[in-house]
Design a protein. Structure first.
Length: 89
């Protein structure tokens, strides 16, 4: 039998990997050189890719996937969805 902590850590790790996957793609396929973009522009583009991946994963959070619901419960998943989707301070 699997420990609930191990299963929960697996889903958190999968979420982080899916969020950071666009940065891995940018690492292997960098943009063409000579476009005149400085470090801050590249940093903001990277943050944009992470934000876009997080927005795409918001649909997976509310899709009520049985394996994810079994690990956390619907209430915790929807709390995380609300917090990560609209919490701006």
């Amino acid at each position: 039998m699997r420990s609930p902590v191990v299963v929960a850590a697996f889903w958190i790790g999968l979420y982080l990997m899916a969020t950071l996957l666009p940065l891995l793609v940018l690492l292997f396929y960098p943009p063409a050189l000579g476009q005149g973009r400085n470090w801050w522009t590249e940093f903001s583009v990277a943050l944009g890719f992470i934000g876009l991946a997080m927005m795409a994963l918001q649909f997976a959070l509310t899709a009520r996937i049985n394996r994810i619901e079994a690990s956390y419960g619907v209430d915790i998943i929807l709390q995380f969805h609300r917090y990560s989707g609209s919490h701006i301070d």
